[in-house]
Every structure is written in C-alpha cells, then in structure tokens.
Design a binder for this molecule. Structure first.
Ligand code: OAD
Length: 244
C-alpha cells in the first residue's frame, strides 16, 4: 500500500498515540469476527443470545459450555503480523495505549506492553456472585463449576450485553483517547458502545483519526485516513514505511 507522506510524518512526529482494536485484528489468526456466523454445534445461536446475564440466568450450563468451546477453539491460535506490528509501533511513541475489545488475549500473547482489555478476557473465570477469580475448574462436570469461596456459579470474566464495562479500564481508555494526538481504530465495526465513542472522544480533542478496516464503517466518514484492507498486512507495511 502507498501511504501519504503526511501520514508518515505525522506518525514520526507524534508522541501520544492510542489504538482501539476489534475482532478484525484476530481474523488473520483464524478467528471469526463477532458478527460472522458461528459454526458447528453453535450455528443455531447468535452470540448476542448467549453473551448476556439473562442467558446465563436462563441456562447457565449452555452459556458456560459455549465459552468452554470458545476457550478450546483459541488454544492453538497465535498472534498474527498485525499484533506484532502493534508491539513494534509501541516502541516508537513515548506513550502508546492499546485498547482492545477482544477477549482472546492475543495482544498480550504477542507482547504488547500496555493493553486495556475493555471487554475482559475469556481465559479468566470468576465467581458470578462474589467476584473471586478461579484458577482451576472442570469443564466436564454436568453442572456449571462452583466458586471455592462462596459456592456461587463461576462465569467467564467478560463483559456481557447489558453489563457495564469495568470502570478502571474504561476510565483509562477514555483518558488515553482524550490525550492522544493520533487515534487508530483497527478491525472494529464500531457499533458497540462505549468502545465506539472513544474515537469520537479523541477526535473532539483534536486527535487525527486513522482507521484500518477491511470495509468502511460508521466511523469512516469522520476518519482523517481510511486504510482499507487487512490489518495483518497494512500494519506491518505502515510500521516499515514509517520507521524503515
Ligand atoms: P465485529 O465482528 O463487529 O467487526 C469486525 C470488523 O473487522 C468489521 O468491521 C470487519 O470489516 C473488520 N475486519 C474483518 N477482517 C478484517 C481484517 N483482516 N483486517 C481488518 N479489518 C477486518 O467485531 P468488533 O467491532 O470487535 O462485545 O465487535 C465489537 C464488540 O461487539 C465485541 O467486542 C463484542 C460484540 O458485542 C462484547 O462481547 C461486549
């Protein structure tokens, strides 16, 4: 891809940068995006119908099993060139905050130093009642595993539809967005709040918005630069072109 010289010098001169990523950055690691159809056993369900407190109340075991299946599915998954390019990018700015909506932990796996996991992490499990984190549990039991402290049901440490985001993570993300000179929105459809509003918060404070996505999104008309294509290709090319 040919990048405009303005974009390259902007990146060379910036010091405060934030990036928001979504399911698109994991697509080249072999993971489906959130709004793609599910496969196998889970084809009949929409993620929105399983990822909610109501679904867990109605049928906790069904929701538990879905997450157990998803944890299993990401076991062999590795970060891709886009994740590694973001690690490289972080070395060139005095402040670089990576904010992700992904729960798969691939940014940390790749070695990104500061990652705000806005929607939690699928590998972590906590009590639905007393919030105690569990290190061990058995996915093969007939019932949802129980909290060793209070006996409540365990659940994945992710944000479900209708739930509030963890406050400290959200505050840190808003602050990083508002302090950024450049804000990247990468591989996210930008339709789920409050994550989607981060780009607008950054823009209102004067940040330059760079969007990288396979398709245009509702943010595209507001972006200063829209780089259309796969993040696993564009990000490494951008890093190379900027700091060769
Ligand atoms: P989506 O599945 O909504 O969007 C994925 C985006 O990635 C789309 O805009 C695609 O065009 C783009 N895309 C796909 N492949 C790509 C690639 N290789 N390179 C670049 N872009 C690519 O996923 P999210 O925006 O992450 O929340 O969804 C946001 C949130 O919605 C999720 O975190 C989840 C869901 O509700 C919760 O679970 C709370």
């Amino acid at each position: 891809m040919n990048f405009s010289p303005d974009l390259l010098s902007l990146l060379q001169e910036s010091s405060h940068v934030a990036a928001l990523t979504g399911a698109g950055v994991s697509q080249e690691s072999g993971l489906r995006t959130f709004r793609d159809a599910q496969d196998g056993l889970w084809k009949q369900y929409k993620p929105e119908d399983l990822a909610s407190p109501e679904a867990f109340r109605r049928d906790p075991k069904l929701v538990w099993d879905w997450y157990a299946w998803r944890r299993e599915a990401i076991k062999g998954v590795r970060p891709n060139a886009g994740h590694y390019a973001l690690v490289e990018m972080s070395k060139h700015f005095s402040e670089f905050t990576l904010i992700t909506q992904n729960v798969n932990g691939l940014h940390r796996f790749a070695g990104s130093p500061r990652v705000i996991e806005l929607h939690g992490n699928i590998q972590r499990v906590r009590c639905a009642d007393c919030y105690t984190f569990a290190d061990e549990w058995d996915d093969d039991e007939a019932e949802v595993p129980r909290c060793p402290v209070c006996g409540g049901m365990l659940r994945p440490h992710v944000v479900w539809f209708g739930e509030a985001l963890p406050r400290s993570e959200l505050e840190a993300a808003v602050e990083a967005a508002r302090n950024s000179e450049v804000f990247f929105s990468i591989g996210t459809s930008g339709v789920v709040q409050p994550a989607a509003s981060l780009a607008h918060a950054a823009r209102n404070r004067g940040a330059v918005i760079i969007e990288i996505n396979a398709e245009p999104t509702p943010l595209t008309p507001k972006a200063d630069y829209f780089l259309q294509g796969r993040s696993g290709e564009i990000l490494p090319e951008l890093v190379k072109a900027t700091w060769k």
